[in-house]
Design a binder for this molecule. Sequence first.
Ligand SMILES: Cc1ncc(COP(=O)(O)O)c(C=O)c1O
Length: 398
Amino acid sequence: MDNKLIDESKKYLMNTYNRYPIVLRKGRGVKVWDTEGKEYTDFVGGIAVNCLGHCHRKVVIALQKQAQRLLHVSNLYYIEPQINLARLLVQHSCADKVFFCNSGTEAIEGAIKLARKYAKDHVSPERYEIISAYSSFHGRTLAALSATGQEKFQQGFEPLVPGFQHVPFNDADAIRKAITKQTCAVLLEPIQGEGGIRMPSKDYLIEVRKICDEHKLLLILDEIQTGMGRTGKLFAYEHYNVEPDIFTLAKGLGGGVAIGALLAKEHVAESFHHGTHASTFGGNPLACSAALASMETLLEDNFLLDNCLHLGNYFMDRLEKLKKDFPSLIIEARGLGLMLGLELIKAGAAIVESCAHRGILINCTCGNVLRFTPPLIITEKDIDYLIEVLEDVFEMHA
Ligand SMILES: Cc1ncc(COP(=O)(O)O)c(C=O)c1O
């Protein structure tokens, strides 16, 4: 354990993260190493960020080339990587237009602004309210936090931004009942991530889409965690036969580099015109080059998307088997592709720590849901090793 660095971190950094006592220095593929050379297999993947694994060759080369050419100019000018990335996203999604920003929460802020502006332009000037779900997570800036349906993240930051209503996830009728004359949009994660890998029923999103159409509401899907192949399709909405009017991306988009995006249908995107929204660093050359290389690699022969679905099924079978073997410890295994969760009867922190001792990084959300969001390049062998470690660790903690 690198105590000196950890002490310095406590001295100089704001105390916002409850970190594990591990200082990571290097990563390749699904492996990372700490400052003492200990190797870990990474089932966190930067929390659904490192879809191609760590330091993928093509992303690194794209960054190196771009860094030598042009690091930053303002959005007052056109830049090639931004246009190329937008074209690729539009070609492979239901959206027509893209706005680039730097993070997930910023993409959500943009989506909220765009929905309000569209409603004022096209439906009614009174409409500004957005319905979102309990247990959702949409980010930490104030409007995204107000949209988030979890009080624990909001406490201490009141008053929140007005205009958000929360309803139970996976309950289309609750949305219907919550609509008022002020409602302009519904905002949902297709699969809730931070909320504990909560799955929608098969028809939920189709039903929500219908409700939105009937009431002239926009459907905004937050694909920040589910997007970029995480669930075995490029975007999770593809599993559920719906098309959102607006959707947001971040996390996996940059292959490890910070970037966010807001995507919309043409008629909605038109409500953002000159001067309505902007970002100094949004869509900068470096981030867009990394994202372009990452997305091109992800799409190559569909290999990684197929791998994600295939290995996701394999992984899920192994988790189901664990559930049978440890009925007094495990409530449920759930998820899709390589976005999986294992809900425990008790807190998961000690299990995460025991796994780290054995060279496996996993994450725990909601206190008792072990979350697995590994790089999409993971192999059966990596999964087998994780299960072997979990079996031992569960024996210890059962
Ligand atoms: C679904 C979802 N939306 C928004 C966010 C916020 O993204 P960021 O941390 O990049 O601001 C997250 C982050 O975990 C997320 O999972």
